[in-house]
Design a protein. Structure first.
Length: 356
């Protein structure tokens, strides 16, 4: 234990000047004196340097704890040229996919000894993204992950400032930046093919918003599978990822006598479709099969439990952080797209049509 003076202040900090740790920040020199080691040893312990004897490390850590010492991360960053912070630019946190992705990025960054700084952008414009980069630069980050899930409103091409360590998620910027995404097209192909394999003549689609890269890829794959199988392509219904928009589409689909199968662009819209079909007394899956996309945690609790496409957001987050760290460490990272596979999760909302 480090001895204390009668007023309870550690002797290492008590002196004729009357200064206590309530009046000034505890310094590395204070810790060194209290632990009986050099300031260099304290520095090595605070940075996690392996070349410190275990007993000495414990002695220094005990002194840090008792004195309330907090390493000056800003000063260390200036010295080492590394802030151990990754910035994340995102347009919305309201979707389940984005929330789960941010959780995955934060988790894997923490495991690597990094923290994230989240920078929401209210309007999806090039100007908004560049403004976010400027603010992140002021906050001193080592790399930036851009969740670019929608087309920019004011730019035909997505361009970032040069010399920045960048990873992009869910974008069409594959020839200029490193992009990480789940295989949206293959996931949609699995969904539509599952329904065709059950015997459905064709598949109706409730798509996400037209500005979304993911919605665009899923809708294109839906159409290609039907055309490739020589099946008719029904009119597409547009939603906005919300259950309410799925509900509105579901009310229209319930009145389509030839509709026996629906591929919803995400699980939330599928939930709305299920509600609409229930209200219209169309039984799922006896009358109409429904499949979603995302495999959100609640999808197994829908009535009936939802057949869906599972997206591995944890793996997307891991690859994003790993790619950012490779750039920070000056390891080679080539532009291009890294796709995480999706998989079909079969539950009770899909079945062979009664007419098959």
């Amino acid at each position: 234990m480090i001895p204390a003076s009668p007023d309870g202040v550690p002797r290492a900090l008590a002196g004729s000047s009357g200064i206590t740790r309530r009046h000034r920040r505890v310094s590395m020199a204070d810790v060194a004196r209290a632990a009986g080691v050099s300031a260099q040893t304290v520095s090595r312990v605070s940075t996690g340097h392996p070349g410190v004897v275990a007993s000495t490390r414990q002695q220094v850590l005990a002194a840090m704890q008792q004195l309330g010492y907090r390493p000056n991360s800003a000063a260390r960053a200036l010295k080492n040229g590394e802030f151990r912070t990754i910035g994340v630019i995102i347009f919305t946190l309201s979707t389940t996919g984005n929330s789960r992705l941010i959780e995955a990025i934060a988790t894997h960054a923490s495991r690597a000894g990094y923290v994230i700084t989240l920078m929401p952008v209210a309007t999806p414009t090039q100007h908004g993204v560049l403004g976010a980069f400027t603010r992140l630069g002021e906050l001193a980050v080592d790399a930036v992950i851009v969740v670019m899930e929608v087309h920019l409103l004011d730019a035909a091409m997505f361009v970032l400032p040069p010399g920045v360590h960048v990873v992009v998620v869910d974008s069409d910027a594959g020839d200029r930046y490193r992009v990480v995404d789940t295989d949206q097209a293959d996931g949609a192909r699995q969904a539509v093919q599952h329904l065709l394999d059950l015997g459905h003549h064709t598949v109706w689609h409730v798509a996400g918003p037209p500005e979304s890269f993911a919605a665009e890829r899923r809708a294109t794959a839906w159409r290609c599978v039907l055309e490739g199988a020589g099946r008719p392509v029904p009119s597409m219904h547009r939603g906005d990822w919300s259950a309410e928009s799925g509900y509105r589409a579901g009310l229209l689909l319930a009145d389509e006598a030839s509709c026996t199968a629906v591929f919803a662009g995400n699980d939330q819209m599928a939930l709305g479709v299920l509600r609409a079909l229930h209200e219209k007394q169309r039984i799922v899956p006896r009358d109409i099969s429904v499949i979603g996309f995302d495999d959100i945690p609640d999808s197994a609790s829908f009535i009936p439990p939802l057949t869906t496409i599972h997206q591995d957001f944890a793996e997307v987050g891991r690859r994003c952080v790993e790619t950012a760290l490779r750039q920070i460490r000056n390891q080679p990272v080539e532009p291009g797209t890294s796709l995480v596979p999706n998989r079909l999760v079969t539950r009770a909302s899909t079945a062979t049509p009664r007419t098959a």
